[in-house]
Design a binder for this molecule. Structure first.
Ligand code: AGP
Length: 617
């Protein structure tokens, strides 16, 4: 939430910082601003609305400016307004700060600063930062510090509680910018005679592949030719850069109207990427090169806890069925934001699996820390390399879905499913002597999945035509049983997020216990019927909703003529093993949400009120 970028070097800083910022617009988009240093000194320009709303205000700014920071906001404290937009400045207007995160003790700090004569202009928590730096700067200068602003920043951050990724520019130090982080991401892109900063790696890919990932309580001074890192207590830090191998084009729209459609269509390739190098020529899943635990440790696990938010949680829903079927181990699935407040029971025999696209979701990260403190082994399923969860987990299995830009997750979800299947199969292999009876057919069927998802995507036209009929529907129900219910949850979330139509997923057997009362003439009910052993039960549920006037839309296996006969609309997806059907069955639901939202003229890639990476609790 909130995106930060910056540039310092020999090129024009303003267009570079803005160009990077546009790539982060998915992180928040209710207001935006820049701070730049040029011959006229420190200037701050900000506006309500998307980044484009800055363009007219920036006319004539930035010529010869070699240092700039920029911010796109997702409001937490204070409604979207120009005053609340970042950057925020101190009383003198010489220090500007952009921030992602929440300063939890800002009220007490604000009261103290106001009592000392500081004037505040916004309702934000962030504004205490420039004023605190201003206050500490005087002391640091008086103490003869070599870099007084860095010392003032350290003193400031020692006073604050909460989470932050920040960038600071000051007219006092026109040759460098400063950065710091705790619990919110920030990376420094390394160039020749220039440096970039950004909240997220995709913003840097057009300029560099070499990045320094800031860790908690790191403070950096970044000039065109140097990056100096210290800890909050002043201890110097040496950190090796990370080489990013993502394709820069993967973070562009590539001719599609929306990132979402592009990312849906990328799934055959991303599924292949998730599996690449993880299946031996003999058809065995082998993750030992990536997740290395002694065999006895794998065998000693007596419980698996999956923990995640949103779409990643729904991937966990499917994985729970899969793991229990394959491993015959108890599997718990936890919403990360609830997990730690429940005081969960974890020990060294628990394998905790956080699932996260961004690797930065605050709730999931908090769950990782709690699990580690309690002695569990944490194995993260993470997309973004170098992200907090990837670094803090004991082991990581990357999903390799490439950058996902649309706020609504699609390709990351199917890659999470694949990574979880791989993990389950690996665990099955190391936990039992010899091969698990289900392993061989599952691995074989997984290798065919990219082609099957390609076929599922051929439903594009059918779904597009169907979507026109539902743009006026206030509600959708999405029903499924077993693994189909896991997919229903994800399908309903997609509808809500981007079309703003209320979508409710229900375990089909639950309808008659209450929700059936909501079904009336024309209520759209999406019925997933891809699980062979549950199909007959599902047929009964479809008949129940049809009898109450529902318009039934079924997602069925290609050869299921019986279900097709009793519904109003049918989408056929190719057949694979029931355990793997979620990967195929979710595709038409992603497409349906996309086309309904498109017909309604929604902001598909950046739906209202949401942000891609949820770094606040
Ligand atoms: C998915 O469409 C959502 N945008 C959201 O639910 C997301 O999956 C959730 O916030 C978790 O994010 P993460 O995978 O980056 O941790």
């Amino acid at each position: 939430m909130c995106g930060i970028t910056g540039y310092v070097g020999a090129r024009q800083a303003l267009p570079l910082a803005l160009d990077q910022l546009r790539k982060l617009e998915y992180r928040g988009y209710d207001s935006a601003g820049v701070a730049l240093l040029d011959a006229a000194g420190l200037q701050v320009v900000k506006s309500v609305g998307k980044i484009a709303s800055l363009d007219p205000l920036l006319d004539g700014h930035g010529n010869g400016c070699l240092l700039a920071i920029a911010h796109t906001r997702w409001a937490t404290h204070g409604r979207p307004s120009t005053d609340n937009a970042h950057p925020h400045t101190d009383c003198s207007g010489q220090i500007a700060v952009v921030h992602n995160g929440i300063i939890e003790n800002y009220l007490a700090l604000r009261e103290r600063l106001e009592a000392a004569g500081h004037t505040f202009r916004s309702e934000t928590d962030t504004e205490v930062l420039p004023h605190l730096i201003e206050e500490h700067l005087q002391a640091a200068e008086g103490a003869g510090e070599a870099d007084p602003l860095a010392a003032a920043l350290r003193a400031t951050l020692r006073e604050v509680r909460g989470s932050f990724a920040i960038a600071v520019v000051s007219a006092h130090t026109p040759d460098r910018l400063y950065v710091a982080r705790r619990d919110s991401p920030l990376v420094i892109g390394l160039g020749a005679g220039e440096h970039f900063i950004a909240s997220d790696i995709p913003a840097l890919l057009a300029h560099t592949r070499d990045v320094l990932v800031l860790e908690d309580d790191d403070i950096g001074a970044v000039s065109p030719t140097s990056v100096t890192l210290h800890k909050l207590d002043g201890t110097p830090v040496q950190r090796a850069p990370l080489r990013i191998t993502w394709d820069a084009a993967a973070a562009e729209k590539g001719g599609y109207d929306h990132y979402m459609l592009k990312e849906i269509r990328e799934q055959p390739a991303t599924i292949r990427d998730t599996m690449r190098g993880r299946v031996t020529p003999e058809g065995r899943v082998d993750l030992s090169g990536e997740v290395s635990l002694p065999a006895e440790k794998w065998r000693a696990f007596n419980r698996i806890t999956l923990v995640a938010c949103g779409t990643a949680y729904y991937a966990g829903y499917a994985a729970r069925y899969f793991f229990e079927r394959l491993l015959r181990l108890p599997v718990e699935l936890e919403i990360a934001s609830e997990f730690r407040y429940r005081d969960p029971i974890l020990d060294e025999h628990t394998l905790v699996v956080p699932i996260s696209q961004s690797g930065e979701t605050a709730d999931t990260l908090a769950a990782v820390r709690l699990a580690r403190r309690q002695g569990a082994t944490v194995l993260g399923i993470v997309n973004v390399v170098g992200s907090s969860i990837a670094r803090e987990a004991d082991q990581v299995l990357h999903t390799w879905a490439g950058p996902e830009i649309c706020v609504a997750s699609t390709k990351a979800y199917t890659s999470q499913l694949i990574a979880l299947y791989l993990l389950g199969l690996h665990l099955a292999g190391v936990r039992q002597e010899g091969t698990h009876p289900l392993a061989e057919p599952l691995v074989g069927a997984m290798q065919a999945l990219p082609a099957l998802v390609e076929q599922a995507l051929d439903n594009d036209r059918v779904v597009q035509e169907m979507a026109h009929n539902f743009t006026r529907s206030p509600d959708f129900f999405v029903l499924g049983r077993g693994l189909d219910y896991a997919v229903a949850l994800e399908g309903a979330l997609k509808l809500k997020e981007i079309s703003y139509i209320h979508g409710e997923a229900l375990a089909a057997g639950e309808m008659k216990h209450g929700p059936l009362a909501l079904v009336s003439e024309g209520t759209p009910v999406i019925c997933l019927a891809t699980q062979d052993d549950l199909r007959e039960k599902m047929l009964s549920n479809i008949k129940e909703v049809k009898a109450r006037g529902a318009t039934a839309i079924a997602v069925v296996k290609e050869d299921d003529t019986e279900t097709a006969r009793i519904v109003d609309y049918v989408v056929r997806v190719p057949r694979t093993l029931d355990e793997l059907m979620p990967v195929v069955a979710v595709v038409p639901l992603q497409l349906l949400a996309y086309y309904v939202a498109r017909d309604l003229g929604r902001e598909i890639d950046q739906p209202r009120n949401l942000a891609k990476s949820v770094t606040v609790e």
